[in-house]
Design a protein around this ligand. Sequence first.
Ligand SMILES: *Cc1c(COP(=O)(O)O)cnc(C)c1O
Length: 634
Amino acid sequence: MHIRVKICGIREREEAEAVVSAGADAMGLVFAESPRKLGIGDALELLTGFGGPIERVAVFHRPPAELLSAVLEVVEPDVVQAEPTPAVLAALRECDRLFPVFHDSPDLLARVAQYFGRDAPRAPVHLEGPGRGGRGVRPSWERAARLARRRRLILAGGLTPENVEAAIRHVRPYGVDVSSGVDQRPGVKSPELIHEFVAAVRRAEQDGRRAARPVVRVFGGGPAARPGAAPKSATLVELLAGRLPDEQGRFGPYGGRFVPETLIPALQRLTFEAHSALTNPVFLHALQVELRSWAGRPTALTRADGLSRAWDATVYLKREDLAHTGAHKINNAIGQALLARRMGARRVIAETGAGQHGVAAAAACARLGMPCTVYMGTTDIDRQAPNASRIRQLGATLVAVDSGDRTLRSAIDEALRDWVSDPASTYYMIGSAVGPHPYPWLVRELQRVIGEEARAQFLESEGRLPDVAVACVGGGSNSIGLFHAFLGDDDVALLGIEGGGTRDEVGCHAATLSEGTPGVLHGAYSLLLQDRNGQVQETGSLAAGLDYPGVGPEHALLQHLGRASYEKASDRDALSAARECSRHEGILPALESAHALAGAGRWARVHRGRRILVGLSGRGDKDLDVTSAPRQTE
Ligand SMILES: *Cc1c(COP(=O)(O)O)cnc(C)c1O
C-alpha cells in the first residue's frame, strides 16, 4: 500500500526541492498564523518556475473568505486543507478540493460521522492533535486507528522520522503529515530530516505488505498463478480496508492498465482527478443532488410477496428499474459526466452494446450540456433500434461500428481508438466495471450507492441483513455496486449470476467467471472467454447486457478469495423467471435482471425459508420483442 506523505510548512525553494527529491507526495504551504506562515507574494515567489511533480496543499485554519479566494486564484493549490466551516465550503465551490481538518477529542468519531453523513466514506480526514492549532501534539493513536478503519485518514501531529513507522503500524493511515518533526529550528526545514522521514514511511509500507499477507488468504502459487499473473498478495482484509485496487490498479493479480503508451498520462490524470472528486464534499454534494432530483434515487426496496410465497423465502427486490432511463447505468453515467465537466473535457465518448449505457450517457451529457458521441455495433443497432433512436433523440452522435463482431466488443475497440487520438480533451465514459485502471474502481464507487441504500432499507424493513444478495453479472457493475456494502458482513452470501445462454458450448453462453481463464481484454487483466491461443470467443446470451466475453477484475478477485460465488442461468430459466416476476409482482424485469431472479429462485430451493435480496438491475420494456414472442431458445 502506498502511504501519502505530506511535508508541511515549506517556505524556501531549497526545502521544496528536498521534498521532491525525497519522494514525498505533497507539500504544504501555510497561510494560517504560524511561524511557517507564507504571504501570497512569498508563495508566488516560491512557486514561480518551480516545476516539481508534487501536489500543492494550501493550509488554513479558519480562513477569512477574501484570503481563501485570493490564494485559490493566485496560488492555484491542488488541495485545500482547512476546518470545514460553512464559509470554507461555500468558497470552495470554485476550487472544490478540501481535506477537512479535525482536532482530536473523545467525540472525534461522532463529529466526523456527523460531518460526512453517509455520503462520502472515502473522503480523507486530516487529523491533528487536540485543541486549536495542536502543533506538535499527538492525537490518540487508538482513536486514529479506529477512524482509519472507517475513513481515509491523514495522520498529523507530533510525527518525527523516529516515531512515524510505529505510528503507521498502529494507525494504518492513508497518509501522514509532518511539519515541526522535520525542522532543524522552528520554522526552518532540514533536508536530511525530510529524506529520513520519507524513507521511514516507505519502510513501513513494506512492513505493511509483509504483515498483510498471511492474514486471510494468499495469492501466489496454486492454480491462481496462471501465466501472466503477477505473484501479488491480496487479502480480503486489504479489500475490506479499502486498500484495493492498489496504486497500479490491481485487485490482487487482476486489473491493472494494459493500454497503448499514449493513454497512460490520460489514465493517470483521470485517476488523480477521480480520487480528488470523490473525496470532495462539494463534488459529492453535486452528485447527490443529481441522483436525487434527476435520476430518482433512492430507488425503492420492494418486498416481493408473490415470489416469497412461490419460493418459500422472504424476497426483496432492489428496484434499479425505477431509476431514470430504466436501469442502474444512470448512476455511473451522471457521476462520470460530472467528473468530465470538472476535468474540463470538451466532449464525451461512450460505447454501448444493448444501448442502455448509450442512453444513460447521452441523457447525462444532455443534462450537463456536453457533446456526446456513442459507438455502437451495427448488429446491435439493428437488434436494439429503439435505444439507437433514444440516443439520437437525446442529442448524441451515434457512430455505427461496422467492423469486427459489430457488437459491444468492436464498439469498445472503436471508442478506445477515438480516445487514443485525442486523450487530452476527450473524456471516455465506460459503462461497466471493466477496462484499465481507474475505471473498475471508479465505476464501483459510483454504483456502490445501490448496495448502501439496499442494506439500510433491508435493515429497516426486516431488522436484520439478508442471508444472500444476488445480482446478474455482465461486465459486473450492478453486482459490484450491490455486493460492496455487504463485503464485511460475513453472514451475507454474495451470488453473481452470469448469462448461461443455451448450453455450455463455446459461443453459446457468456459465463466468464464460471468458464473463463485469465487474460487481457480492453486494458485489464481478468478472466475472459478465450480459446487456447488467446483468441477471444464469441458469446451468446439472450440478454444483450450480459453478452460480453470479459468481466470486471474485482469479481475475479472476489471469486478467487471465495467471498462471492458465481453461477450461470440459462436463457430459458431467465425467460421463465421474467414471466414469474411479471405475473407475481407486477414488475417487468430486464432480461439481464431475470438471470438474477432465476439464480435467486434456485438458491431458495436449496436454502429453505431464508431472506433473499435480489438486485433488479433494470426494467424489461426494452426486451418485449424477445419476452412476449413465442420463441425457441435452442
Ligand atoms: C447493462 C446491464 C446489465 C449488465 O451490466 P453490469 O455492468 O454487469 O451491471 C445488467 N442489467 C441491465 C438492466 C443492464 O442494462
